[in-house]
Design a protein around this ligand. Structure first.
Ligand SMILES: Cc1cc2nc3c(=O)[nH]c(=O)nc-3n(C[C@H](O)[C@H](O)[C@H](O)COP(=O)(O)OP(=O)(O)OC[C@H]3O[C@@H](n4cnc5c(N)ncnc54)[C@H](O)[C@@H]3O)c2cc1C
Length: 655
């Protein structure tokens, strides 16, 4: 890596020249760098806004799941079988599914070697359990913090190799002409006050973009605080998005951000809401349910039917998500209270529960007392988790919302996780390698597989130095000028409004562009976003250099919102029906409960689009959507001599 001081577009800045820049220090980014090094590509660096930021390091759940090929027992499994499971999640490309299955064991065992304590039995078998959308028992976990342990172990591996990590650099632009990427422009978060040092650029042949899901779009979010993603910059650079409509939403506490799944629901807490100031408390679930046993049963089921699922609204537990969402839409705050039983604290009539719920609670010996007493009895660590974060469930209720948790879609990638922009690779959650449904834990598998594939390809096919600095300066001038001008405009005046605009934009997205999607609301919101973007230079003000990073974040977020909203509207225009975690209002559909507002009239998708992928491209503020067939799972060429010969010739890494 060579460091120079150059003056593209008349701006003095440090420019680093090197073969590959990895962006992000999550599970995907660290693994990409570690693999590049192991495959022999040493002219690399990692760029990150904060080493300790991101979803992998800062999130978890009751039993955070990693999905892998079966490595224990007598259950039959195969690479092909696992690829089929992933592919069956709909709208997923078969080559990506096959790679995720084929590299699963290698990626998993590498993590084991690095020290991630995945449990094994006395004979060394990595025994698994069944997760959602999983026909086998391929899931495993190290507890609530699987992704954190992965990240820590991968970080150690990277540090041991001495791979440079450049921190406090926020990528604000991917330098590209839409066909090919050749660098990055970053804001130096430690030097934002100094126009001579504020910007740093990278001149490189390859970028592995591992910036995580675009969480900054939503206010109601269980992504960790301080994680925003950076998909807007990739769209602006010409990268296509795919399956962007496919998110997972579910109930989560907002402070701290944590999924309230599993036992938190099975102990039957009391749901209530208040006005914004904490006044006018009232339980609201029984406004909808006419039968107390039915209400409690659906709350119980929400425990292991965590994500909002349109197939479980009629007669199912997803009605609980909707009732929470509707309460929030009234401007009220929603809470779980573990100190008292639902319906005014009355003793629970366990006989009124469904046999499934009743039997479970009976077997757990938990048919007594308050929700908190039941939770302490069944899962004390779940209480301790909140206590450790300053929330004593014995003394206070827990605020919740229906939150965005994961984006299955993202940037479109080929089987080497390269986007349509040459030299720009995307792996981890920023990539759109999954479709409507995916087995729990497959996101973490993909962070490892996608990054390994990109590293393999770069090491084999895209080695060599970055172009000459003069070439870099010449072709980057206009882009650098455009992006640095954003700061000049935002620093006018000393009254900032960027946080307020961002809060408003994110809240509107949670209200109208999350799991409940109607054409009229989406159109209204997209027009709002377009207006915010076009007025950006004249309206958004940082107030001081300290908030300059937010200005670039907001711009990135608005571009992402525009692309995602366009994808949703195009889906409706193509007569797309409700699927996964997204309910689309359909006047020709059915409203499962008369008491719900009309926006909940919808039709559940029959899977006829399972073989199609929606792609979206951002071009100068306009979004173009196209549909294509999924790439099928490639047919096996398993004749060993053939594979061996081509492997000797090309490593089986096609150009
Ligand atoms: C509550 C919750 C529970 C989950 N449970 C599971 C589970 O059980 N199983 C599963 O498989 N998945 C789960 N997931 C999803 C999974 O955790 C994530 O998909 C995965 O960790 C993403 O890893 P990543 O490396 O792609 O991104 P991240 O870990 O988010 O890392 C992104 C990195 O990019 C950096 N970055 C971002 N923007 C910029 C920029 N502009 N400039 C510089 N750096 C930047 C960030 O600082 C960070 O270092 C869960 C997610 C949540 C929120």
């Amino acid at each position: 890596m060579i460091r120079s001081t150059l003056t593209p577009a008349g701006r003095r800045m440090a420019v680093y020249s090197l073969n590959t820049v990895v962006v992000g220090t999550g599970a995907a980014g660290y693994n990409a760098a570690d693999r590049l090094w192991s495959f022999g590509q040493r002219d690399i660096a990692i760029v990150t806004e904060h080493i300790n930021a991101g979803t992998s390091r800062n999130t978890g759940s009751d039993k955070q799941t990693y999905y892998k090929l079966t490595l224990s027992g007598g259950d039959p499994d195969s690479v092909r079988d696992m690829a089929q499971t992933l592919f069956d999640g709909q709208c997923m490309d078969g080559d990506n599914a096959l790679c995720e299955a084929a590299l699963s064991a290698q990626s998993f065992l590498r993590l084991v070697e690095l020290g991630v304590p995945f449990p094994r039995n006395a004979y060394g078998e990595y025994v698994g359990y069944k997760t959602d959308h999983d026909p086998r028992r391929r899931a495993t976990s190290v507890g609530p913090y699987t992704s954190k342990r992965m990240t820590e172990c991968l970080q150690q591996a990277v540090e041991a190799k001495g791979i440079p990590v450049l921190e406090n650099l926020q990528v604000i632009s991917i330098l590209s002409d839409g066909q090919q990427a050749w660098g990055l422009l970053c804001l130096d978060l430690k030097a934002a006050d100094d126009p001579e040092r504020r910007f740093v650029a990278f001149n490189c042949k390859n970028i592995i973009y591992a910036t995580g899901g675009p969480a900054g779009m939503y206010a109601d979010s269980v992504f960790p605080r301080g994680h925003y993603g950076a998909s807007g910059a990739a769209f602006e650079a010409g990268a296509k998005g795919q399956n962007l409509t496919e998110w997972q939403y579910g109930l989560a506490s907002v402070n701290p951000r944590w999924n309230v799944s599993g036992t938190y629901m099975q102990v039957l807490p009391c749901f209530f809401s208040t006005d914004q100031n904490g006044g006018d408390p009232r339980e609201f679930l029984m406004d909808f349910f006419s039968n107390r046993g039915e209400m409690l049963t659906q709350v119980f089921l929400k425990g292991y039917q965590w994500p909002f699922d349109v197939r479980k609204v009629a007669g199912g537990s997803s009605i609980v998500d909707i009732l929470v969402y509707l309460e929030s839409c009234k401007g009220r705050k929603v809470y779980l209270d573990f100190r008292r039983n639902p319906c005014g604290g009355a003793e629970i009539d366990y006989a009124a529960l469904s046999p499934e719920a009743r039997t479970y609670l009976e077997q757990a010996g938990a048919c007594f007392g308050t929700p908190l007493e039941r939770l302490l009895h069944m899962n004390k660590p779940a209480v301790d988790f909140y206590l450790d974060r300053g929330v004593d469930l014995a003394k206070q209720p827990l605020e919740i919302a229906l939150c965005a948790q994961h984006n299955n879609g993202g940037l479109a990638v080929n089987k080497w996780w390269q986007t349509n922009v040459e030299g720009l690779f995307a792996c981890g959650e920023v990539s759109g390698s999954h479709g409507v449904y995916r087995p729990g834990g497959s996101a973490l598998n993909e962070t490892q597989v996608g990054s390994t594939r990109a590293a393999q390809y770069i090491a084999a096919r895209r080695s060599g130095q970055s172009p000459d600095e003069s070439v870099f300066v010449q072709r980057s001038q206009a882009l650098i000028e455009r992006h640095t001008a954003v700061a000049d405009a935002a620093l006018q005046g000393d009254v900032g409004n960027v946080q307020a605009i961002w809060d408003e934009a994110a809240a509107r997205m949670s209200r109208f562009g999350a799991c409940i999607r109607s054409k009229a609301d989406l159109e209204m919101l997209r027009a709002e976003v377009a207006q915010r973007l076009s007025a950006f230079p004249d309206t958004v003000r940082a107030g001081s250099h300290r908030d300059l990073w937010k200005v670039y974040r907001l711009r990135d977020t608005l571009i992402a919102q525009q692309v995602y909203l366009s994808a949703m509207l195009d889906y409706i225009a193509r007569d797309g029906k409700s699927r996964g975690s997204a309910l689309y209002t359909d006047p020709g559909g059915v409203k499962p409960y008369e008491s719900l507002p009309d926006v909940f009239t919808f039709t559940v998708d029959d899977g006829h689009r399972a073989g199609l992928v929606q792609e979206v491209e951002w071009q100068q503020g306009k979004c173009l959507c196209r549909w294509r067939k999924v790439r099928p799972i490639p047919e096996d060429d398993d004749f060993f001599e053939n594979v061996w010969r081509s492997y000797r010739e090309s490593g089986n890494i096609d150009p």
